[in-house]
Ligand binder design. Structure first.
Ligand code: NAP
Ligand code: ZN
Length: 349
């Protein structure tokens, strides 16, 4: 099927209109008309080849919401017209211990990324959600629960699950003290989800500029990371900290904030982290971890949780043609708090 999207053809050029083909439906495939797609900082990283493994052209987008238009003959879970969603992964080996545990994001073979990946059967490049249509194996399609506003749900598919998964892994809930470093797309979802889970939530931001927003999102307080006295006073006061900073940085100012046995989880892919002393790790038995998105079952659990608790991202709707300006604003941390592309704009153009 011929379709249209927006692609980066090189690390240094703006995204532009791109015509390409989606595969014919396999027996277990679902064809989806994309209505909305969120703009993740990972899209920017990969469009610009920040991580060194981009293969061009890249059609970014892994926060996808739309409607089923057709299904393969063996598909049982979906039918034309269903409201569905697709996140960061579209396939995995299905046989290893992690896939069998439904932690496909940890597949022992390489998991298939929604874009900048390779189809497991044909080896063809995968193209993401900055486009009109997508074809995805049914096991990797999520059901969008009734009551979740389709126009706002898209960011849940990456920003939502990437923060929900560590909150669940480290048992955030009533009585736990959660810190969120960086109030951007992931950070604001971490706040809403941690509040929804019943935790005590602190936003750790570089300046006081987002304080009113943080409190409105449900955070209990804001800690300014550049205020040394406030940072010292907050020592040993967190059970879990989720670090969403998108660039290489020094984690050592944040480690002393952890209580005994507490964990700082990095979700940004940063390459090297700055020199980290073992001292705060030893003294306090603190942990430094990472976490990649989440499995399909956990993503569905998160969508259902958001529907039940009426948790939705704060979105700024943009036209597809505005993507390059949106990337520039994201680079300046000028997003409150997630851009979502209205894919109808692509047709209109
Ligand atoms: P974002 O919307 O741009 O938000 C990042 C926030 O970090 C900013 O709002 C800002 O918050 C803070 N920040 C930005 N630049 C900074 C700097 N130079 N120093 C300190 N803080 C800074 O990005 P996002 O979409 O939330 O993504 C965050 C990171 O997670 C990206 O690296 C992305 O690739 C990664 N990611 C990982 C996964 C995963 O599976 N592990 C999934 C999705 C995304 P303040 O203004 O409050 O300081
Ligand atoms: Zn993402």
């Amino acid at each position: 099927m011929k379709t249209t999207g927006y692609a980066a053809t090189d690390a240094t050029v703006p995204l532009a209109r791109f015509e390409f083909n989606r595969r014919d439906l396999r027996a277990n495939d679902v064809s989806i008309e994309i209505l909305y797609c969120g703009v993740c900082h990972s899209d920017l990283h990969q469009a610009r080849n920040d991580w060194g493994f981009s293969t061009y052209p890249i059609v970014p987008g892994h926060e996808i919401v739309g409607r089923v238009t057709a299904v393969g003959k063996d598909v049982t879970r979906y039918k034309a017209g269903d409201a569905v969603a697709v996140g960061c992964i579209v396939d995995s080996c299905g046989r290893c211990d992690q896939c069998l545990k439904r932690e496909e994001q940890l597949c022992r073979e390489v998991v298939t990324q929604t874009y900048n990946g390779r189809d497991r059967i044909t080896g063809e490049p995968t193209y993401g959600g900055y486009s009109k249509n997508i074809v995805v194996r049914e096991e990797f399609v999520l059901s969008l629960p009734d009551g979740l506003d389709m126009a706002r749900a898209a960011p849940l598919l990456c920003a939502g699950i990437t923060t929900y998964s560590p909150l669940r892994t480290w048992n955030a809930g009533p009585g736990s003290r959660v810190g969120v470093i960086g109030l951007g797309g992931l950070g604001h979802m971490a706040v809403k989800l941690a509040v929804g889970l019943g935790a005590d939530v602190t936003v750790i931001s570089r300046s006081a500029g987002k304080t009113a927003d943080a409190l409105a999102l449900g955070a209990d307080r804001v800690l300014i990371s550049t205020d040394e006295a406030a940072m010292a006073a907050a020592a040993s006061s967190f059970d879990l900290i989720i670090d969403t900073i998108p660039v290489r940085h020094d984690v050592s100012p944040y480690m002393p904030l952890l209580d005994v046995d507490a964990t700082l989880v990095i979700v940004g892919q940063l390459g090297l982290i700055e020199e980290q002393s073992t001292l705060p790790l030893l003294m306090g038995r603190r942990r430094l971890s990472g976490s990649p998105i989440g499995g399909i079952a956990e993503t569905q659990e998160m969508l259902n949780f958001c529907a039940r608790h009426n948790i939705l991202p704060d979105c700024e709707m943009i036209a597809m043609q505005d993507i390059n300006a949106a990337f520039e604003r994201m680079e300046r941390a000028d997003v409150r708090y997630r851009f979502v592309i209205d894919m109808a704009s692509l047709e209109a153009a």
